[in-house]
Design a binder for this molecule. Structure first.
Ligand code: C2O
Ligand code: CU
Ligand code: CU
Length: 550
């Protein structure tokens, strides 16, 4: 149980234990033996446009175009490791950071220049990864982006080495740190594990007028865990079944920030803005500073909070982001570790002396309007399900009992509001993500699992618990806690077309915990959306309701 202590939330320990049981013994490097804080934190370079390209919506308008090649390369991830093979955008992990402004579109030519063979264990029994499909496939998704469907990175729109795709990102949305990552069907967890991630920052005038820390005082922190073998190579564990090496979750003992293991950052005694992303496959991070100092959260996944929130610790599930202000004033000369529970993540080394801090932390950041529940046109009941084998090992994760390849069951009408009830009957917390839209969390509520399992009766057994302050803003990923119904509300704005929603634990997503959904132009087109839905009648607290009724 070497890695168990690293698991931050008790809610995920069950899954972790199972993952460890299924790990086949193979010599791995014990990351506890790696020296802490010996490598400086790298900051990804800012992506630079290669030229201009006619806009797909108006050829008279020329948009900046970027060209990003996915490449294999070797780099030292820690002073005492040998160079590690990785796959990265522009041969770096994380890839270059995109910087743009709200409403300023850009285009990216994504080029797959990866080798023809994968270096991580593909499970050919998973949908999309069947033998006969090319081993190396890649498709880029801009997570949190309000992107037209053709450019959203549909999991089946992958390209093979030697091919490229041109994507168009309108960026017509509020400022936030989005991220781009691979989304190839059935091997997503391996491609991201190999290094295909990067940050994408959208800004605007209003945010600039807030005078938040900027320039060298604003740094993205992309945090994830990995495991290494004795040769310093990335090690992705396999199950005991050679025909199906998939494991239900990955938890590693080495924590990397911006691609280095346990790095340090030299800071001045003043305010910094850290834009943190949990880029892990499955691990939840529960972050705090070792000196117990507080910090301020100013933004969630997809936007600024109405006002700063003082925190001493912060939970981030895979794919969740937090925009933080940390003030090192008064800590000159201190070394402060960033921890996830008792485990080291990185270290801040605060310089001695004094710095004049010209940045501010305003009391008001950005107005935030709650979407009223009365605006909702449709309520969906969506169960999160885990299928186990006879020994109790998970073999598949499902959304509403449907597999990826089944007909679309969620069709939302453009510009309408819906409420989704995520009914989690599994033992794990699942970070659920929707493409295209941003949402708000309404509440979470315990329910009677037995009544649900045996008779599909949804009986609440506790009060509705409002979201935590740190998630009371715009979100694109929500923790659906075990044994609870998590309700989210969103307006389907932007584009019609096909998108996906899924669990962002990448092992789950790769094994059926992902579904297509559609945004359609009219009610008529949406009306056949219950055809394949397994449950159309529900009993909520003794009242029989049909699917779609509030
Ligand atoms: Cu981070 Cu389907 O995405
Ligand atoms: Cu996404
Ligand atoms: Cu999951």
């Amino acid at each position: 149980m070497r890695a168990s202590g690293l698991i931050s939330a008790s809610i995920i320990t069950l899954g972790a234990q199972r993952a460890l049981q299924s790990v086949k013994a193979r010599p791995t490097l014990d990351a506890r033996t790696l020296a802490r804080f010996v490598d400086p934190l790298p900051v990804p370079v800012i992506a630079r446009a290669a030229g201009f390209h006619p806009s797909p919506v108006d050829p008279n308008i020329k948009l900046p175009i970027y060209r990003v090649e996915m490449r294999e390369f070797d780099i030292r991830l820690h002073r005492d490791l040998k160079p590690t093979r990785q796959w990265g955008y522009a041969a770096s992990v994380p890839g270059p950071t995109f910087e743009t402004r709200s409403g300023e579109p850009l285009m990216v030519d994504w080029v797959n220049s990866l080798p023809g063979k994968h270096f991580l264990p593909i499970d050919h029994t998973l949908h999309g990864a069947e033998r006969g499909n090319p081993e190396v496939r890649a498709v880029v998704h801009l997570h949190g982006g309000k992107t037209p469907p053709q450019s959203d990175g549909y999991p089946e729109s992958w390209i093979v080495p030697g091919q490229s795709t041109l994507s168009y990102y309108p960026n017509h949305q509020d400022p936030a740190m989005l991220w781009y990552h691979d989304h190839a069907m059935g091997i997503n967890r391996l491609n991201i594990f190999a290094g295909l991630v990067g940050a994408f920052i959208i800004r605007d005038e209003i945010e600039a007028s807030l005078n938040l820390p900027k320039g060298k005082y604003e740094i993205p922190l992309i945090v994830y865990d990995r495991m290494f073998d004795r040769e310093s190579q990335l090690y992705y564990p396999v199950s005991a079944n050679p025909a199906s090496p998939w494991i239900p979750e990955f938890f590693g003992d080495a924590i990397l920030v911006n691609g280095k293991v346990f790095p340090y950052l030299e800071v001045e005694p003043c305010k910094y803005r850290f834009r943190i992303l949990n880029g892990a496959n499955s691990r939840f991070f529960h972050l705090s500073l070792a000196n117990c100092q507080s910090f301020y959260q100013i933004g969630t996944d997809t936007g600024l909070l109405p006002s700063p929130l003082e925190l001493r610790n912060l939970m981030l599930a895979p794919a969740e982001r937090a925009d933080l202000i940390v003030d090192f004033a008064g800590h000159a000369g201190e070394n402060i570790a960033l921890k996830s529970d008792t485990f080291d993540v990185m270290q801040f080394r605060v310089a001695r002396g004094k710095t004049t801090d010209n940045s501010s932390l305003p009391v008001k950041l950005r107005p935030f309007q709650k979407i009223g529940e009365s605006e909702s046109m449709k309520t969906r009941m969506l169960a999160l399900i885990e299928q186990n084998d006879l020994a109790g090992n998970p073999i598949m994760m499902l959304l509403n009992g449907t597999r990826w390849s089944m007909p679309v069951t969620e069709k939302a009408v453009l510009n309408t509001v819906e409420i989704w009830n995520l009914i989690n009957i599994t033992d794990d917390a699942h970070p659920i993500h929707l493409h295209l839209v941003r949402f708000q969390i309404l509440d979470r509520r315990r329910f009677d699992l037995f009544a649900y399992r045996s008779a599909r009766i949804l009986r609440y057994t506790g009060p509705a618990i409002p979201p935590e302050p740190s998630e009371s803003g715009w979100k694109d990923t929500v923790r659906a806690n075990p044994g609870m119904v998590t309700r989210i509300i969103m307006r389907f704005e932007g584009y019609t077309g096909r998108y996906v929603w899924h669990c962002h634990m990448l092992e789950h997503e790769d094994n059926e915990m992902m579904r297509p959904y559609e945004v359609v132009a009219s009610i008529r087109e949406a009306s056949n959306d219950a055809v394949a839905a397994p449950a159309q009648e529900w009993c909520v607290n003794g009242q029989l309701k049909t699917l779609g009724e509030r």
